[in-house]
Design a protein around this ligand. Structure first.
Ligand code: ASP
Length: 340
């Protein structure tokens, strides 16, 4: 008898599990409904299923990330790997959150979804599920996203395209694996090392604000944040530009940070990250307790900030957690190189 590896399929909803109703697409399929659509999976692994929730991922909440992490933790010892089905809209946030909440992983957690429901004849769901299981069977540790023939590190996944089957990109990080015809080329050297004992770490504080600057941005918007938020993420221009002429956004951000709010500066650009030391419009913030997002993507920054704020209210400690690379989420060197 062949000893197949044990995989637990956890479902959360999303298009992959949806069926068409007159109200629109609604997630209805269970784990076993999904498995029935891809019967060959049962020759690849011994797969059990558990339905955690059935939501469109636009409705995914930070509290639900916890439920997913708890489900993995509860069944951790009994399985060799985990595949989680999820709506594509917020996969990047969930995969990042799981990367922080599940510390010291020594098994694969692979999140996947689809642009079209699994019951459609032209669905991408079956390919993505097959890819997720195939990659989970490699036994590499960490959280990953499997989509469109590619495997992306959980802290680096971003939905770039609303309709394409090739919807996701890996931001500022090499792909962990990709399909070449039917062969899965895996780059194990890109999988970050996980140290320490496996543990569940689900602290969260969701009082954060994410703001994108634009020409004409009114700095007074931050007055609301000063009263109501513990953390603010600012998507600045380019490598870290923050306006100070006419509308002095930089001064307001400095006041916000000095009032005790943890302020993270990132960029609106998809690639290369921020470096506040380059231009005058960024350097003005130097010496303030501002957090540099380096080359992290917004999804990871948001999940990490909520997670860090859940552990402590000490601004210095939050800065140190945010600027410490976790689960491959940032590359310190990225800040050192100017432009090339
Ligand atoms: N709105 C859906 C969701 O995120 C989209 C998808 O799954 O592709 O749940």
């Amino acid at each position: 008898m062949i000893n197949l590896k044990k995989i637990l399929l956890l479902t959360t909803g999303g298009t992959i599990a949806s069926t068409g109703r007159k109200e629109g697409l609604i997630p209805t399929y269970s784990a076993y409904d999904l498995l029935e659509c891809v019967p060959e999976l049962l020759f690849m692994a011994s797969i059990h299923g558990i339905d955690i929730m059935k939501v469109d991922s636009s409705n995914m909440q930070p509290e639900y990330w916890r439920d997913i992490a708890i489900a993995v933790h509860r069944h951790y010892d009994a399985y060799d790997g985990f595949v989680i089905t999820h709506g594509t809209d917020t996969i990047g946030y969930t995969s990042a959150a799981l990367s922080y909440m599940l510390q010291g992983l020594s098994k694969p957690i692979v999140v996947t979804g689809a642009q079209k429901p699994i019951s459609y004849f032209d669905t991408d769901a079956k390919k993505n599920l097959r890819l997720a299981v195939q990659f989970a069977l490699k036994g590499l540790s960490g959280v990953f996203v499997a989509f469109g023939g590619k495997i992306i590190l959980g802290t680096r996944a971003m939905k770039l395209r609303t309709r394409s089957y090739d919807a996701f990109v890996s931001v500022n990080y090499p792909y962990i694996a990709y399909l070449e015809r039917d062969f899965l080329r895996v780059f194990t050297e890109h999988v970050p090392n996980n140290t320490g004992q496996f543990k569940l770490d689900i602290s969260l504080n969701t009082n954060v604000l994410l703001v994108k600057l634009f020409p004409g941005f009114q700095p007074e918007i931050f007055d609301y944040a000063a009263l109501n938020c513990q953390g603010v993420i600012v998507e600045s221009f380019g490598v870290g530009g923050i306006p100070f002429e006419k509308r002095d956004v930089a001064a307001k951000i400095m006041d916000l940070a000095l009032s005790g709010v943890s302020v993270v500066i990132t960029t609106q650009c998809l690639e290369d990250g921020v470096n506040l030391d380059i231009y005058h419009v960024g350097k003005r913030l130097a010496g303030h307790p501002i957090i540099s997002a380096r080359d992290m993507n917004t999804e990871a920054i948001l999940a990490k900030l909520m997670w860090a704020l859940g552990k402590t209210s000490n601004q210095r400690k939050i800065k140190s957690i945010m600027e410490q690379p976790i689960a491959g989420d940032q590359n310190r060197q990225a800040e050192l190189s100017f432009k090339n």
